[in-house]
Design a protein around this ligand. Structure first.
Ligand code: PRP
Ligand code: MG
Length: 212
């Protein structure tokens, strides 16, 4: 019998809440943390622990059937992937920030400037919408340090509590989008696995209702 292959973030802010919602819907997983794959004991589900940024491609290829992932990651790299449930945790926003001392009236002030980001597609879309030309520097982590080391004039990254911006002397100036964790599904899902997914969706809905 087929198992539904669900990707979750291997480590990071989404991991804990992702495992909790699986547990809350009655899927128990023997989780040795170094395992990259684990089967549920009581349900036709396998969990894959993956890097956030890799998950959209795995979904597109049908290597995994579903994923618990931040909507922001799908917007950046997940064209063609369907979101079937919003999960109500890991809220954040994708923002542009500049040094506290910098003058900033509006997005046009970034014309010709350098923006460091891990979200190049998202920020480029936003710049295009606003008719602004800027130079993007793609970095994969610790983006907020870029202005302080002279690498960029602004950054675009996710903000949750705002503490990383604060510690790096940056101020949020534009909000590009708001995000939360979602259940996303591969376009290649087959009928047998679709049935398993529907059971899971049904259980998720009840759990989320109970959390309200
Ligand atoms: C994430 C994100 C921001 C920060 C936002 O970084 O890239 O830097 O969290 O959260 P806050 O507003 O609550 O401070 P993370 O700590 O995951 O590390 P990384 O950027 O090096 O991957
Ligand atoms: Mg960061």
């Amino acid at each position: 019998m087929s198992k539904l292959r669900i990707a979750v973030q291997k480590s990071g802010r989404l991991n804990e809440d992702s495992m909790k919602i699986l547990k809350d819907i009655g899927i128990s997983i023997d989780n040795g943390k170094d395992q990259l794959k684990a089967s549920a004991r009581n349900f036709p589900v396998e969990v894959f622990y993956l890097r956030n940024g890799d998950i959209p491609q795995y979904l597109k290829d049908g290597v995994v059937d579903a994923a618990i992932i931040g909507e922001n990651v799908l917007i950046e790299k997940g064209a063609g992937i369907n979101v079937v449930e919003k999960l109500g945790f890991s809220s954040c926003r994708v923002c542009i920030a500049v040094p506290k001392a910098a003058k900033f009236k509006n997005i046009k002030d970034l014309e010709g400037k350098r923006i460091a980001t891990s979200y190049p597609n998202t920020v480029q879309m936003y710049l295009d919408e606003n008719g602004v030309n800027a130079n993007l520097h793609i970095i994969n982590g610790s983006v907020e340090i870029a202005p302080n080391i002279g690498l960029a004039d602004a950054i675009c990254d996710i903000v949750s509590s705002g503490s990383t911006l604060f510690k790096n002397n940056l101020k949020e100036v534009e909000t590009i989008l708001k995000s939360e964790a979602v259940l996303a599904v591969s376009p290649k899902l087959d009928a047998e696995r679709q049935a398993i997914l529907e059971t899971i969706q049904f259980r998720i809905k009840s759990v989320l209702k109970g959390r309200d």
